[in-house]
Ligand binder design. Structure first.
Ligand SMILES: [Fe+2]
Ligand SMILES: [Fe+2]
Length: 189
């Protein structure tokens, strides 16, 4: 893997393909992921690649989204669900279009929205960075930031519990990966 050129290509996509808001968010996730990687012991280059790629397909909507979901062979549950689909799409495209073969990076991108049971340190770093980057401003974000100061698992669990509560309040679809991820972290405290 030629990390240099992959990072350059990803950065150019971030600068040209994302909306202003999403570009600022992505660069915030990159900076936060690098800080968490340093603190909790993950590979900084892998963290940077995953962070830059994680939301590249967040803007896909409607027919374009559904066409992509079908073309890539993703499950039907991702149809009309940009929130759940975009990470899975980004992971596949990161491999196909950018030539990233490292499974850990691809998984960090694929599971950045839901988490899952048995996440690697890199997966947790990207998941948590997405939840607490400086531009994030949602009810409960300060609690997640405080938990992240105590530990990577604490931060991820706080974020997941907040997501579960929020999604259930809204009566929206909650992915089983998030429930299993939270259970796993509780059991392994
Ligand atoms: Fe995302
Ligand atoms: Fe994000």
């Amino acid at each position: 893997m030629e990390t240099g050129s992959i990072l350059e290509r990803l950065m150019s996509s971030v600068m040209t393909e994302l909306s202003d808001k999403r570009r600022v968010h992505t660069l915030g996730v990159r900076d936060t992921a690098l800080a968490l990687a340093d603190r909790y012991g993950a590979d900084p280059e892998k963290a940077e690649i995953a962070a830059l790629a994680h939301d590249l397909y967040r803007g896909l909507r409607g027919e374009e989204l559904n066409k992509t979901v079908k073309e890539l062979g993703l499950l039907d549950k991702y149809l009309d669900n940009p929130n759940l689909a975009h990470g899975k799409i980004a992971a596949i495209m990161l491999e196909k279009k950018y030539g990233v073969e490292d499974r850990e990076i691809l998984d960090a991108v694929a599971y950045h929205t839901t988490g899952r049971a048995g996440m690697s340190t890199l997966e947790k770093v990207v998941f948590l960075a997405d939840a607490i980057e400086p531009g994030r401003n949602y009810p409960g974000v300060e609690e997640v930031r405080e938990a992240a100061e105590k530990g990577l698992d604490e931060g991820c669990l706080r974020s997941m519990l907040g997501t579960i509560e929020h999604v259930q309040d809204q009566g929206a679809y909650l992915d089983e990966d998030t429930i299993e991820a939270a259970e796993f972290l509780k059991e392994n405290k």
